[in-house]
Write a protein of this length. Structure first.
Length: 141
């Protein structure tokens, strides 16, 4: 039940926390030689994307990239076009992307991946008096 006069956020059930599973089975990407400029692009800035196609390769873990590909360095993930489509479908804003290529363990090149860049303005300090963290226990389908 919501408080009188306060609007209920309709999309809350569609918000999920994205975190690294720290699993050895997850595909981990490494940069191809020459793409080390990406280390200067954190996922939380407005730096322009590289002028050339960014290429990644299998670094460790699983043999084939999944919807979310974690880099071996401390950076936000790379995502498939399926994730991009879901963000757009549910009108999730505050992000941008640019295309990348990923070479899997067998050498096959996957071109349907993107570097996720968070470009939302930071929200400032959290007012915990208004409520606690949301705990979502289900897995998106």
């Amino acid at each position: 039940m919501s408080e009188p006069g306060r609007a209920h956020f309709p999309g809350l059930r569609h918000i999920w926390m994205l975190e690294d599973p720290l699993s050895s089975r997850s595909f981990r990407a490494a940069y191809e030689i020459g793409d080390d400029r990406l280390f200067t692009l954190t996922g939380y800035n407005l730096a322009p994307p590289p002028s050339h196609m960014t290429r990644l390769r299998h670094g460790m873990g699983g043999a084939v990239p999944q919807d979310v590909v974690w880099p071996r360095s401390v950076m936000p993930p790379f995502v498939s076009d399926r994730v991009i489509n879901l963000l757009q479908e549910f009108d999730i804003t505050g992000w941008g992307s640019f295309p990348i290529e990923i070479r899997d363990k067998s050498g096959k090149i996957h071109t349907n991946y993107f570097r996720l860049v968070i470009n939302a303005t930071p929200c400032g300090a959290i007012d915990w008096r208004r409520g606690g963290p949301l705990e979502q226990t289900g897995v998106p389908s």
